[in-house]
Design a protein around this ligand. Structure first.
Ligand code: GUN
Ligand code: ZN
Length: 434
């Protein structure tokens, strides 16, 4: 028996399919008294404790949790590392918010010591909130990505990140050139992509801040390396969309700009998509691209309500994003709380199991990593959480009134936040203890 074999006993819940495709009941597995067995950083068994315990060696170390729920680690499909220091900046919508707050804050990452300091805070914050994988925007400076990957590597986290490419319509102190962005991205890819559990994402900020030459080179990087990610923003704000039409009059619309430069594909994640039309959803789905749904940001920046039912109609891959610092919380539980309200305002519902799916398996599918993360099937990475039913007095009291796991899950997502995350495990290692 390998020394690293351990078992965790608690209520255990994970998504196994999209409720929109298979219905709610077939979308999850729940073990009221479950057991999760971890071998060398991977899950080796999952089931009812009564079935699995007799098959395990008598001396195996078992951690038994009362009043707790084990779930897969959360997956944040859109977040900005260099905006950690500007969450909750007052008063502006997207374009003025970028100029007033975002660009000055990101400029500080020219300093590697600053990048190191914030990367450390940022990763601790992810883990405190139960996020074990994130698709991360760095700043325009390569060192922002180096600092992040250095810190993520030390903890053996599965993370995806890229340096922003931005060669126009931003302050001089924060722009690269088409050529320098290509070369710097390439150097980061060579250094980090596929190293351990790290992956690289080609990261043109959004169409307005890239010249056609830069977008061409971003597309070229994607053809040069297998399995690279691409992340950018799309159709978040009405003024932004008008601006894209002015800058690219020859294109049919916002998505067509990215399509023209060959930035759509199975590892491409577009943040927001609040104002996408039906045809654009169809094209995203056809190319296997994904959308990151960022409800706290879309509320905070006054961007609008994402139409999840339309995305579902097109079988479009959707993950959940905090979009910190446009978003106001690192917590995917709080993000789901807001996602529920987005649906309410559109006369629709977000079931607790769809919510769980969005924060875990849906995110994994958006990132094409469902064979590794987002669920607790044997053979996947042991990235999981222990959620504490008694994290706050109100949560504890409210959960006592819950009659079943659906109610309990919904309450966790409504009242829960970082305090709810008792422990976070990544590759079988305890990486956060409340
Ligand atoms: N569009 C371009 N850059 C950004 C950014 O940093 N945050 C958000 N929310 N939207 C953007
Ligand atoms: Zn963003």
């Amino acid at each position: 028996m390998p020394l690293t074999r351990k078992a965790y006993r608690a209520a255990i819940l994970h998504s196994i399919a999209d409720p929109a495709e298979v219905g709610i009941e077939a979308s999850y597995e729940y073990f009221e008294d479950g057991l999760l067995v971890v071998d060398n950083g991977q899950i080796s068994a999952l089931g009812h404790a009564s079935d699995l315990l007799p098959k395990l060696p008598a001396d195996i170390e078992i951690t038994h949790y009362q009043d707790a729920l084990i779930t897969p680690g959360f997956i944040d499909t859109h977040i900005h590392l260099p905006q950690t220091g500007m969450v909750g900046a007052y008063g502006e919508q997207l374009l003025d918010w970028l100029n007033t707050y975002t660009f000055p804050c990101e400029s500080q990452f020219a300093d590697k010591a600053h990048a190191d300091e914030v990367a450390d805070i940022f990763i601790k914050e992810l883990l405190r909130n139960g996020t074990t994988t994130a698709l991360v925007f760095g700043s325009v400076h390569p060192q922002s990505v180096n600092s992040f990957f250095e810190a993520a590597q030390q903890l053996d986290l599965r993370m995806i990140a890229g340096k922003v490419m931005m060669d126009r319509n931003a302050p001089d102190y924060l722009t690269d050139t088409a050529e320098s962005s290509y070369l710097e991205s390439k150097a980061l890819i060579e250094r980090w992509h596929g190293k351990g559990r790290l992956h690289y994402a080609v990261t043109p900020r959004f169409a307005p801040t890239s010249t056609p030459e830069q977008l061409t080179l971003a597309g070229q990087l994607l053809t040069e390396y297998p399995d690279l990610y691409m992340q950018t923003h799309i159709s978040e704000n009405l003024k932004e969309i008008e601006w894209v039409k002015e800058l690219f009059p020859e294109r049919k619309g916002y998505l067509d700009v990215y399509d023209h430069y060959q930035l759509l594909g199975e590892r491409s994640v577009f943040a927001h998509g609040v104002h996408l039309c039906d045809d654009e959803c169809a094209r995203l789905a056809e190319t296997g691209s994904a959308i990151s749904f960022c409800p706290t940001s879309n509320f905070f920046l006054g961007s609008g309500l994402f139409n999840l039912p339309m995305a579902e109609k097109h079988k479009l891959n959707v993950g959940l994003g905090t979009d910190v610092g446009g978003g106001t919380s690192f917590s995917l539980l709080q993000t789901l709380n807001e996602a529920y309200k987005v649906m309410q305002l559109q006369g629709a519902r977000l079931s607790p199991f769809k919510s769980l799916y969005l924060a875990t398996l849906g995110g994994a599918r958006a990132l094409r990593l469902e064979d590794k993360i987002g669920n607790l099937q044997p053979g996947t990475d042991a990235d999981f959480l222990v959620l504490d039913y008694n994290a706050t007095p109100l949560l504890g009291y409210r959960l006592k009134q819950a009659n079943n796991i659906a109610e309990a899950l919904f309450v966790l997502m409504t009242l829960g936040d970082d305090r709810t995350v008792l422990q976070t495990y990544a590759a079988g290692n305890l990486v956060h203890q409340r």
